[in-house]
Design a protein around this ligand. Structure first.
Ligand code: SAM
Length: 298
């Protein structure tokens, strides 16, 4: 491999010129369809690696290492790093940029196809596992849902995502950004915004700013619905048509119940008849789904 005048020891993966030089050296172009916007702000990369979890002894699952910028800082700070990268072309780059580490395992795989349980079981046996990633924006929500639904007891999920999506995920009930995904996330854990990163800190620069959020997953969920699927169905129905009353949207989403039953369920939960679904927090959705469960199973 002709390395040109780039020496690994002096390599600064946050330097835009170096990133472009590495891509050229391996005859690669940035794949827009894979959401390839690589971070070039050293402080941001270090902060993410620092803040992603408290325990230096933990294993980190990274999704989309790119050329290894964040991976490098994670490898310096954590016991082990498992990185899943969909783009086969980046694998030789990662072997090159991360060659000095024996605690990094790079796997050429689409995270959506990965059996996370099988992959991570040995690491959970050794200690805590957290997720840390600068996520590809085209697939943020499906990746988060896959992580939640895996049921794996991750300690933290720290991800860089579009600022607008972060606003939605961290919104409080009743606010303009609050949506079904906010309520679903609140079922699995507690999200907080860490910091916002301007678009010009990436190469190539995306069109929007990004925000790093950290989700602390509940190991004991505070809300325990009688039927989890019914809870999600209730949330989905409640956000089906914004600006309509909860009674109206539940009438559409639960056509097997009469309008009187729906009104009764809303009243039994202590809500006004004209309340809108977006006012309910996850505990109130859980209570409502439990009342609906009783009606559907009586
Ligand atoms: N971590 C690097 C950084 O911060 O500079 C790159 C982040 S870039 C926003 C997203 C990365 O995710 C790219 O390397 C892309 O190829 C990879 N990627 C996209 N879709 C993926 C998928 N389904 N599974 C695994 N990796 C994926």
């Amino acid at each position: 491999m002709p390395l040109g005048d780039l020496e690994r020891d002096r390599m600064n993966l946050c330097d835009i010129k170096t990133v472009k030089q590495i891509m050229a050296m391996f005859h690669l172009t940035f794949h827009k369809e894979f959401g390839q916007n690589f971070l070039t702000d050293r402080m941001v990369v270090e902060d993410i690696a620092e803040e992603c979890c408290a325990d230096p002894d933990s294993t980190i699952l990274e999704i989309g290492p790119g050329i290894g910028t964040l991976t490098y800082e994670l490898a310096l700070r954590r016991r082990e790093v498992i990185s899943l990268e969909i783009d086969r072309g980046l694998i030789p780059v990662l072997q090159y940029t991360l060659g000095e580490f024996d605690n990094v395992r790079v796997i050429n795989e689409d995270v959506m196809q990965t059996d996370l349980e099988a992959l991570l079981r040995p690491y959970f046996e050794k200690g805590s596992v957290s997720v840390c990633a600068n996520l590809p924006y085209y697939i943020t929500t499906p990746i988060l849902m896959k992580l939640f639904e895996s049921g794996l007891p991750f300690e933290y999920i720290t991800v860089m995502i579009q600022a607008e999506v972060a606003d939605r995920l961290c919104a409080v009930a009743g606010s303009k950004d609050y949506g079904a995904i906010t309520a679903v996330l609140a079922y699995y854990g507690e999200a907080e915004k860490l910091f916002t990163v301007p678009a010009d800190r990436f190469v190539p620069a995306p069109k929007v700013n990004s925000t790093v959020i950290r989700i602390r997953l509940y190991h004991e969920k505070p809300c325990r619905p009688k039927d989890e699927k019914l809870l999600f169905r209730t949330i989905k129905a409640a956000f089906g048509q914004r600006r309509k009353t909860l009674a109206n949207v539940l009438g559409t989403g639960f056509s097997e119940l009469s309008r009187e039953q729906i009104n009764e369920a809303i009243a039994l939960c202590g809500h006004r008849a004209d309340i809108r679904g977006e006012k309910l927090d996850i505990a109130q959705f859980t209570a409502l789904s439990d009342v609906l469960y009783g009606m559907l199973n009586s």
